[in-house]
Design a protein around this ligand. Structure first.
Ligand SMILES: [Zn+2]
Length: 418
């Protein structure tokens, strides 16, 4: 059990840090060719590096790629305990503006409709977010409705920073050596692109899940198919038996994909094909297909289906060329984490010790932890506490910030006797 004094410190410190971090603009950009994708991400990195130095962590580095690393020395006598890593991302989703975020605390939320000072067109209700019903009586943080809030993932950043502050302030909180890593560009799929693997320990955790109690160690196995159709342009008035209309054929090809296996028709453990893009003219058409499933064999079947469709269409339309390429994007991390469940078991225990019910959740997407797990560093994902990410209605109860920091304190303690 943690002392009430420490819990109070965790709440105050995490809320203060969170309110400060969300006001720093760190939107990433999926179309940028720079590293990190946006210059403004350096600003929060700079602040965090300075705060980590202030907290007397060792080897604080803010590198040219925008990553921040630091080492927390172990409590005396626990130097030989296994080192763990704590990771959160500093960027926010480009889906909604993250500039000039003005966080608002709704004290003692009573279940009422939340209205926004800077956007009269939207409201936040328990229908938008049923979990709000569980937050009655708590303090809820939202934006002013003109931007997202940025709890994804500045909540994770604040929780890790607060845990560091608590470890340094209260010597009774025992822990082994801990490495902190803050990453840029997670929201644009590049969070681990330039990560220094040598700088990370054998086991890590990302603090990037949503509601309180959540623990995730399964995600999709992810593939991308890129298809180019090459046809032949002929004057339409004289085209009989000659014209090969690439775009029209591509649209027929895509319509062969089973509609039931689309994102809008699937949930829970069902996989899908998703067509985010089709562009073209008579001579050439290009499309990409996102393929997702928890099971690799199901994805293999989907790829086999696309290959057979390609063969069929090349026979049906003599002269048509279809180029079909598959790219593996990330793996279901379960496969790597299952080998040694200790990393998950301790997180489960730590969540329970914080007085929360553990919610096991499979991610219908990926995380940086998936890439790290594949790189040989098992990295489950722990809740950071927010809801309705990537939206103007994003919100987080202040209690979640406290609870997630508590989980980290328990987790570090558990690793000292693992
Ligand atoms: Zn996130």
């Amino acid at each position: 059990m943690l002392l009430e004094e420490i819990k109070k410190f965790l709440l105050e410190d995490s809320v203060n840090r969170f309110l400060k971090y969300v006001q720093v603009w760190t939107t990433s950009d999926e179309f940028s060719l720079s590293t990190p994708s946006t210059e403004n991400q350096f600003e929060l990195g700079k602040i965090l590096a300075a705060e980590l130095k202030e907290l007397k962590l060792d080897n604080v580095i803010h590198d040219d790629y925008g990553y921040v690393y630091a080492d927390l020395p172990a409590s005396r006598g626990l130097e030989n305990v296994k080192r763990i890593g704590l990771i959160a991302h500093i960027d926010t989703s480009p889906a909604v503006s993250g500039k000039d975020v003005k966080p608002v605390i709704h004290k003692n939320y009573g279940g009422e409709t939340i209205r926004y000072a800077s956007n009269k067109n939207i409201t936040l209700t328990t229908e938008d977010s049923p979990i709000l019903k569980e937050y009655i009586g708590l303090d809820i943080i939202t934006s002013e409705g003109d931007t997202l809030l940025g709890a994804d993932d500045k909540a994770g950043v604040a929780e890790i920073m607060t845990a560091c502050a608590a470890w340094q302030k209260y010597s009774e909180l025992k822990h082994g050596p801990i490495t902190i890593c803050f990453t840029p560009d997670e929201e644009v799929g590049k969070g681990t692109l330039n990560i220094n693997k040598q700088r990370l320990p054998e086991f890590c955790y990302t603090m990037d899940g949503s509601e309180m109690g959540e623990l995730e160690f399964e995600c999709f196995d992810a593939w991308k198919a890129s298809i180019t159709f090459t046809g032949l342009s002929v004057h339409p008035g004289y085209a009989k038996n000659l014209l090969i209309n690439a775009t029209h054929i591509a649209s027929r090809f895509l319509s062969e994909i089973p509609e039931q296996e689309s994102p809008e028709h699937t949930e829970d453990r069902e996989g899908f094909y998703y067509v985010p893009r089709l562009k073209g003219n008579v001579e050439e058409a290009e499309t990409t297909i996102t393929i997702r499933d928890y099971r690799e064999d199901n994805n293999k079947k989907r790829m086999e289906f696309l290959r057979s469709l390609k063969d069929l269409y090349e026979i049906r339309y003599p002269g048509l060329k279809i180029d079909l390429q598959f790219e593996h994007q990330y793996s279901n991390m379960l496969r790597f984490i299952e080998k040694d469940k200790l990393v998950v078991d301790l997180a489960e225990k730590a969540i329970e010790m914080a007085g929360l019910e553990v919610i096991f959740h499979s991610i219908r997407g990926g995380t940086d932890g998936a890439k790290l797990s594949e790189m040989g560093i098992p990295t489950p994902n722990i809740f950071s506490g927010g809801s309705l990410f990537h939206s103007r209605k994003e919100h987080i109860p202040t209690l979640a910030l406290q609870k997630a920091s508590e989980v980290l304190l328990h987790l570090a303690k558990l690793w000292t006797s693992a």
